[in-house]
Design a protein around this ligand. Structure first.
Ligand SMILES: [Fe+2]
Ligand SMILES: [Fe+2]
Length: 229
């Protein structure tokens, strides 16, 4: 499996005040992450993937509830957003094999989850369009960070260790796969999330759709009742 090519420079130009707020908020988070992690890309990936896996589940929950109330079709949004959350969680489960978080980072994860979940839930209730735009910008930054991580590996500052087994199984990578191959597929996943979320934000305000970067093929996680049946 080869990771699809990724345009790491793709950026949605903010349109209007809510896009500006979304972009400003994400840039503030970027500044905090750069200050806290500097070039510790493995640790950065572990902590930030615990945050990245939140919005998809919030969006799926709130769209699910909206469809129940309005008794209408979800146009595929719920499963798409749940898949995004699951995919981000698999990023986390992969990078936890590469870098072990410190006790302080684990504390940060717990504290940030409380704040970020409640914040994003509230934002999605008030303005789903802004919420998806925030995620679109968040994913733009993720693509940039993983591009920097690739450079660290290529220039020998981060060891190109063998890929964790969970990553080989999930993305169907060969036995000889390395961390570099993993970062390539994760970055392609982030580019896919970026375009899906900017696309949803556009759809909510009637802007034209954008092309969506392909998601690298990965294993489908089956419900446990199938194994029990
Ligand atoms: Fe991710
Ligand atoms: Fe993502």
């Amino acid at each position: 499996m080869t990771a699809p090519a990724v345009d790491a420079t793709l950026h949605h130009q903010p349109v209007g005040a809510s896009d500006q707020i979304a972009y400003g908020f994400v840039k503030l988070l970027r500044f905090c992450a750069d200050t806290f992690f500097a070039k510790r890309y493995g640790h950065r990936a572990v902590v930030l993937e615990t945050v990245a896996a939140v919005p998809g589940m919030v969006g799926a929950t709130l769209n699910h509830l909206k469809c129940l109330r309005r008794m209408c079709d979800d146009k595929g949004w719920i499963k798409t957003l749940m898949d995004e959350a699951e995919n981000e969680r698999m990023h986390l489960m992969t990078f936890i094999e590469v870098s072990k978080p410190t006790a302080f980072e684990r504390f940060v994860v717990v504290a940030v989850q409380w704040v970020f979940y409640l914040f994003f839930f509230g934002l999605y209730l008030v303005s789903p369009k802004t919420a998806h735009r925030v995620v679109g910008y968040f994913e733009e930054e993720a693509v940039i960070s993983y591009t920097h991580y690739l450079a660290e590996i290529d220039e020998g500052r981060s060891a190109n260790v063998p890929a964790p087994q969970i990553a080989k199984t999930y993305w169907g990578l060969p036995d000889t796969a390395t961390l570099r191959d993993v970062v390539l597929v994760v970055r392609a996943d982030e580019a896919h999330h970026r375009d899906v979320n900017h696309g949803y934000a556009n759809e909510l305000i009637g802007l034209p759709q954008i092309p969506v970067a392909p998601c690298p093929p990965h294993a489908v996680l089956e419900p446990t009742w199938k194994a029990a049946a």
